[in-house]
Write a protein that binds this ligand. Structure first.
Ligand SMILES: [Zn+2]
Length: 251
């Protein structure tokens, strides 16, 4: 049964909003993992649809039923064991949504390269060949609010920033398309867009980083410490090592 205080703390909004956070796709995946039959799954989704339209007139048994499935989502039904509960990797298929799985972190956190100190991970799937990750889907690592969406940004092309209230900000860059809009609430594992190459500037890859939820980071979704004298210090202060953060390791 769902632990409501935990859920409330985790997602920081009302239960009605939480139901809105979990997409039909995420629910279907979670239901399948629990071994629900297809019929039962479609019944669930039909009920969810009805439930959303009821708004204030709650059906308690349906409420409990959906609670169980949502709890499974939050407890890592979409995760694969090596990330902390409520989180999943931003790339990979359902089976391999571990971190980093077959994916290669081409640059790494707090490492210096030609554009300055790197803030996160550059994720590539270079098997069986270079650019194998071209057009692959990118997913939200946890439930949250899309706090910034930018396109046509020099060096970045696109940037999607999600605020995981009370936890962190996650950022996804160089996508070739964007499937979410600013202000939208998303669930863990929700589709954000596909991996791009920033208009040919880079090989296909996802730039992914996780920042602390500070006022500065909230007001600067395109933050990049770069080559500034205090850049390394800033990276370490304002950004988490994304690998360790998703695994729940102390930094
Ligand atoms: Zn990068």
């Amino acid at each position: 049964m769902l632990d409501k205080p935990l859920l409330s703390e985790h997602l920081h909004c009302t239960l009605m909003n939480k139901l809105g956070l979990i997409s039909a796709v995420s629910l279907a995946k979670a239901a399948k993992r629990r071994g629900f039959e297809d019929g039962e799954m479609s019944k669930t989704l039909t009920q969810l649809k009805a439930f959303r339209s009821l708004k204030s007139d709650l059906d308690i048994s349906l409420f409990d039923y959906l609670d169980r499935i949502i709890a499974d989502c939050l407890d890592g039904a979409l995760s694969s064991g090596n990330v902390r509960p409520g989180y999943c990797a931003p790339v990979g298929d359902d089976r391999s949504r571990i971190w980093p799985g077959d994916w290669v972190d081409a640059t790494g956190y707090a490492r210096y390269y030609s554009y300055g100190w790197h803030t996160g991970a550059d994720l590539n799937l270079n098997k069986p060949g270079w650019d194998s990750d071209k057009h692959r889907p990118v997913y939200a690592i946890a439930a949250g609010e899309v706090c910034a969406v930018r396109t046509g940004v020099p060096g970045w092309a696109t940037v999607i920033c999600i605020r995981h209230h009370g936890e962190c900000l996650s950022r996804y860059a160089h996508c070739e398309n964007i499937a979410v809009r600013q202000g939208q609430m998303v669930g863990m594992g929700d589709y954000l867009g596909n991996i791009g190459n920033a208009g040919g500037r880079y090989p296909y890859h996802l730039h992914f980083d996780i920042a602390r939820e500070t006022a500065r980071m909230l007001s600067h979704p395109l933050d990049w410490p770069g080559n500034a004298p205090d850049a390394l210090e800033r990276v370490r202060r304002d950004y988490f090592n994304p690998l360790k953060h998703l695994r729940g390791e102390v930094q």
